[in-house]
Design a protein around this ligand. Structure first.
Ligand code: NAD
Ligand code: 6OD
Length: 486
């Protein structure tokens, strides 16, 4: 049985008599690996190692050195590309093609992009005019924020970890990473790759376990943590914020979403249906940016509903390695139970289920897995819980609208504010509506198209702060302003 270990101070930790937990394969429900659980003492050792590395040689590295190291890490991930793909697929059950084209490819891009950004970043300076013709020079130097807790979820494990790790290392921080207990593999494999690339001991540490009363909480509560960068659910984010509040630590939060698509009658129907199929069903709907609310202008409502339902029927659920598989299982039986509760809630609220609505019968040894049918509803409105709460599954509700103002009001009628997508061939309307969305990321005629230099984050229940390019450098470093009277 594969055994996944904690990584502290440059070494995998032996753990002969410590607690372990099972990592379940969501494809068939079998035990895929055993994971060593980090207790509070081991988490403390990881924080201490990170502090020592920060105060030691790592803290004194130059920006150019760190940028070169990040590029080397990107190369080493490419060298072991298929190992990362296999590890991500083993943890999540996602189709191999997606793990290759999105998850692992983005990990490489994350390291390259932040190497470029940090290498190109200068300091701001101001010449201040004083009395009697004298002047003062102000300039800011960036310092690392310190020892950071990096807590990440299970849906895009490597992508989301490296999205935070690359800028954190670029800015000279050290980290203790707590991957999701459901997806421990790629963070652990990354430890090998970082060490091979020359990242010194203590700079990158990984502790395994769940959140409440376990490694996640031990890490957040540790007084040696200087900041928290977190991706996950809104409820967990709120708890972390409360936990660090007494120590006034900075946080960067990428949280849940209840994202809307707005489809106007002038949209290109084929492109829109292709885009909606991705935005509703990608990664079995387990992307924080996924669309769960589709507002469609009335003249094309039936055409869009029928077209999207047909595309949902065309999705191929199956083993991740099989050619043609488009859709994997949900991450766990617990998560499936949660999504199914919304399927029942929608029925109780009077929804018409266009497609799906239950558990598929796949046979072939897959019935122990956490499979679920891609699902579409009509007949619900914004007051119904399935349109107000994040479901995080392959499901959306379609709702008709008549006017542009009505569409904007419906889309903005949510406590979340992560992403939206507008589908129209009217360029002016695209710009106008996209700018009126109360979200961090507003797409027009596309979805999940990312330039890693652009700001990424959410408003409302969807998060605090922006990352991406300079925005990441601003969170992961502290400026010290130096003022020199000349
Ligand atoms: P989660 O909040 O349950 O867990 C996320 C991480 O936090 C895991 O590593 C977990 O072990 C840890 N954790 C849980 N409780 C903790 C605690 N009390 N203290 C410290 N750590 C704790 O989220 P999840 O179910 O793993 O992921 C799905 C959620 O993540 C969805 O809500 C989704 O929208 C969100 N998400 C958001 C983004 C974004 O960029 N905005 C990206 C991906 C996922
Ligand atoms: O693309 C990104 O940088 C990013 N953070 C994506 C988040 C996806 C949520 O599941």
């Amino acid at each position: 049985m594969r055994c996944i270990r904690n990584f502290v101070d440059g070494d995998f930790v032996e753990h002969d008599d410590g607690a372990c937990f099972d990592k379940i394969d969501p494809v068939d429900g079998s035990v895929g690996a055993r994971v060593h659980e980090a207790d509070a003492v081991l988490v403390g050792r990881a924080v201490t190692a990170a502090r020592r590395a920060l105060d030691g040689a790592w803290g004194a590295t130059a920006v150019g050195q760190r940028a070169a190291l990040l590029r080397k890490v990107a190369e080493r991930i490419e060298d072991r590309f298929e190992d990362f793909v296999a590890a991500e697929v083993a943890d999540t059950g996602k189709p191999v093609a997606q793990a290759r084209d999105l998850d692992v490819a983005r990990a490489v891009a994350n390291f390259r992009s932040f190497a470029d950004t940090v290498a190109a970043t200068g300091q701001t300076s101001f010449m201040t005019d004083l009395a009697a013709g004298r002047q003062a020079l102000n300039y800011a130097v960036r310092k690392p924020l310190g020892v950071l807790a990096v807590v990440v979820p299970w849906n895009l494990p490597l992508l989301l970890l490296t999205w935070k790790l690359a800028p954190a290392l670029a800015c000279g921080n050290t980290v203790v990473v707590k991957p999701s207990e459901q997806t421990p593999s790629t963070a652990t494999l990354l430890a090998e790759v970082l060490a091979e690339a020359g990242v010194p001991p203590g700079v990158y540490n990984v502790v395994h376990g769940s959140g409440p009363g376990a490694a996640g909480e031990f890490l957040i509560a540790h007084p040696g943590i200087d900041g928290v960068t977190f991706t996950g659910s809104t409820a967990t984010g709120a708890g972390i914020m409360a936990a660090v509040a007494p120590r006034v630590r900075p946080v960067s939060f990428e949280l849940g979403g209840k994202n809307a698509a707005l489809v106007f009658a002038d949209a290109d129907i084929d492109e829109t249906l292709a885009g909606l199929t991705r935005s509703v069903f990608a990664n079995t709907g387990q992307v924080c940016l996924c669309t769960e609310r589709v507002y469609v202008q009335r003249p094309i409502f039936d055409e869009v509903a029928e077209g999207l339902a047909q595309r949902a029927r065309d999705l191929r659920l199956g083993r991740p390695q099989e050619a043609g598989t488009t859709t994997g299982p949900l991450i766990s039986a617990e998560h499936r139970a949660k999504v199914l509760r919304y399927y029942r809630l929608a029925e109780e609220a009077g929804a018409k289920t266009l497609v799906g609505g239950g558990i598929p019968e796949l046979g072939d040894g897959l019935d122990g897995g956490s499979w679920i049918e891609p699902t579409l509803w009509t007949g619900l409105t914004n007051v119904d819980r399935p349109l107000r709460e994040e479901i995080f599954g392959p499901v959306a509700a379609l709702v008709p609208f008549d006017t542009e103002d009505e569409a904007v009001a419906l889309a903005n009628d949510t406590d979340y504010g992560l992403a939206s997508s507008v589908w129209t061939t009217n360029l002016s309307r695209g710009h106008r509506v996209a700018q009126r969305m109360n979200v961090g990321i507003s797409w027009v005629n596309t979805w999940f198209l990312r330039d890693l230099r652009s700001p990424f984050g959410g408003v409302g229940l969807s998060g605090i702060g922006r990352e991406g390019g300079q925005h990441s450098l601003d969170f992961y470093s502290e400026p010290t302003n130096v003022c020199v009277q000349l």
